[in-house]
Write a protein that binds this ligand. Structure first.
Ligand code: NDP
Length: 283
């Protein structure tokens, strides 16, 4: 079997065209969706992510503000800016690019964002709402993955889903969404004893470990749907995922590539969350 490629660029393009139409409709009624992105420090990867987010806003006719601080900024200055953005009617979404420098209490910063503007969905109130099955914002990466399933008509009900990784931003919310879609979910992590046992029986396998080409063909059940969240840089500078794409795509029924899979969808769902926040405000 050769897997169907789940093309994140294509799906992102389709969704973003719809978001632009909705943003323009809102703007005509006096509200342009607005996103504020805060970047602290000079981390090269973070700078690229922030630039991509701001560009995506411009392309979808959203308002955006990029706020950059030097790495040694006092946390109280950032917290004060967040308080201003919480009260700013032009801003519907606030995002603080992680990771923050070591002298920051990241939890406290995320908590300072008004839950109704927390478009990353990381505030404890939004995490709780997701857990209760009544989400206000779904974290962007797993939200984008759910869009892949919906777009490709991949049934989740009753399926064995295995999530590799238990982070707050990917693994845990992914598992929650799969469970809410009535899959039977197993979460694996670095202390899982027999990883192969779990991955080999997965109908849906989501890899979010941050380990280059970790998931090999022998770990995958023939016909499985394989979602590769990982972004790893190889010594030659190229990007690769957590899945050994070539051999795995020979046996999976569907697979996301890296780059061009989950990545573009993550930014797209940030737009979705910002738009939904703006639409909620005017409704
Ligand atoms: P974290 O480092 O926070 O979590 C990694 C998880 O993988 C942990 O739960 C860890 O287990 C588990 N893990 C690590 N090694 C193994 C192993 N050998 N066997 C089993 N489990 C293991 O990463 P994130 O969740 O933040 O991100 C994961 C990857 O996804 C990264 O490559 C990141 O760059 C990428 N990413 C991509 C995005 C996109 O838009 N495409 C968005 C967000 C992330 P334990 O908890 O026990 O340590």
């Amino acid at each position: 079997m050769t897997a169907k490629i789940l093309d994140g660029n294509l799906l992102a393009q389709k969704l973003r065209a719809d978001f632009k139409t909705r943003a323009e409709a809102l703007a005509a009624r006096g509200t342009r969706p607005g996103l504020a992105v805060i970047l602290v420090g000079e981390d090269a990867a973070s700078q690229v992510y922030v630039r991509n987010k701001v560009n995506a806003c411009a392309q979808a006719a959203f308002h955006s503000e990029k706020i950059v601080y030097p790495p040694d900024v006092e946390p109280r200055r950032v917290l004060a800016r967040i308080a201003e953005l919480n009260a700013d009617p032009q801003i519907h979404g606030i995002l603080v690019q992680l990771p923050l420098p070591g002298h920051f209490d990241s939890e406290a910063v995320l908590k300072a964002i008004a839950p109704e503007k927390d478009v990353d969905g990381f505030h404890a109130e939004n995490v709780g709402a997701l857990m209760q099955g009544n989400p206000r914002f779904i974290p962007c990466t797993p939200y984008g993955i759910m869009k892949f399933f919906a777009d490709a008509g991949i049934e989740l009900k009753g399926k064995e889903a295995v999530v590799l990784g238990r982070s707050n931003i990917v693994g845990k919310p992914m598992a929650m969404l799969l469970m809410q879609a009535s899959a039977t979910v197993t979460i694996c992590h670095s202390q899982t004893r027999d990883l192969l046992f779990h991955t080999r029986r997965a109908d849906i396998l989501v890899a979010a470990l941050g380990r280059a080409r970790f998931v090999t063909a022998e770990m995958v059940k023939p016909g499985a749907v394989v979602i590769d969240v990982g972004i790893n840089r190889l010594p030659d500078g190229k990007l690769c995922g957590d899945v050994d794409f070539g051999p795995v795509s020979e046996i999976a029924s569907a697979i996301t590539p890296v780059p061009g899979g989950v990545g573009p969808m993550t930014i797209t769902m940030l737009l979705a969350n910002t738009l939904e926040a703006a639409e909620r405000e005017v409704s």
